[in-house]
Write a protein that binds this ligand. Sequence first.
Ligand SMILES: [Zn+2]
Length: 461
Amino acid sequence: MRPARQRLCFFAAAFGLLLGSAAAAAPIAFVGATVLDGTGAPPLVDATVVIDGDRIVAVGPAATVAVPAGATRFDVRGKWLLPGLIDSHMHFFQSGGAFARPDVIDLRAIRPYTDEVAAVRAAIPATLARTLASGITTVVDVGGPLWTFGVRDLAARTPAAPRVAVSGPLLTPYLPPEVAVADPPMIQIATPDQARAEVRRLAAQRPDLIKIWFVRAGPDLSPQVAWIRAVIDEAHTAGLRVAVHATELRLARAAVEAGADALVHGVDDLVVDAPFLFQLLAQGVVYTPTFAVVEGYARALGLTFRPTSMEDRAGDPAAIESILQLTQLRIRPRGVFPAPVPPIDPESAANLRRLRDAGVRIAAGSDAGNIGTLHGPGLHRELELMVQAGLTPMEAIVAATRNGALLLRNEDIGVIAPGKVADLLLLDADPLADIRNTTQIWRVVRAGVVYDPAALLAGMR
Ligand SMILES: [Zn+2]
């Protein structure tokens, strides 16, 4: 072993984080795992994956893929190796705790919203680490203040962080007064001209996509559709894709007809019809059902939240504590989030199956940061709910890997194949036998560097 690598390993051991580094170091070989490559192809049993630098250089049966001389070898027989997970829908400006959305439940008398935002910003390095420790190597922040562009910059220069894509502020028909602070998470749009100006202003920040919050529509959609068309046209001119929050079929249809590239919530009011399916397919729209957030609000505001073992292990304890305190505060939230039984509404689940059967691209997003949906654990719960809704575990895994990469048009990630970036997740148990086994994380690999999740989380609580 080269001296440079020995030094690296010494420091790594000292900090208890870095288990194998690709930087100026020997290749890494994972030998004997069952590989799920992210494409939905049958599992490759007893496989070897070789990493050199930040890239995967070989994948195949252990009998045929040679381990390079001098490689750091991990014997991973009995483990499952997947691409790192991609959360296609989350928000860094929200903590996941009770104070995250004063426009939903107003607790500002207990904690001013500006204090909440300051705490969220101070906790961003920990949020990045929790996310990576949860096996998530890429996140898509689909709506937040301009300071979230700084989160992307921080993540890019922090080794133990997921890669971060951001949209910047949501373009919306209204700005809830409770969140109208300096650098708000939303920008209110009234006219097509204003829409174009805001997209040009955002484009200067190099967003990874543009986000529209399509809510509060009256019977006549035309005033909103006019500015939504302008947003999408201006964004496409700038080479940017547009994701839309629309939960009613008429709004989702209008958004897609206006040229939307992604729907970041499921349609929950009506059965999706054939013309809508055809249009999703024709435009290659990526559909993210985002079940977890509905359940998260129901658990938190229905006062039934009890942390799961994954939430206990990887979730932000301050966020958890704030939700548990809701009960003690004796604040009865508005009754808009009754605990759903079953946890997914049947119409959303049926629509997801229809979309899957039609061949629509489905991605996985948790909406983490909303009250009751924690950064990191939230995506694992989403995968569980997607399977409850009728996807196979393999389909859920593809949604959280390759299809997330398709949303971002990032051909470097989401799949295990030679030439791809070595963003990987190693599990102690079979996620095809039980999708909840995605929480049984042994190691996470980010750009060729191997991390122990327990070490990433140590000292954070
Ligand atoms: Zn969202």
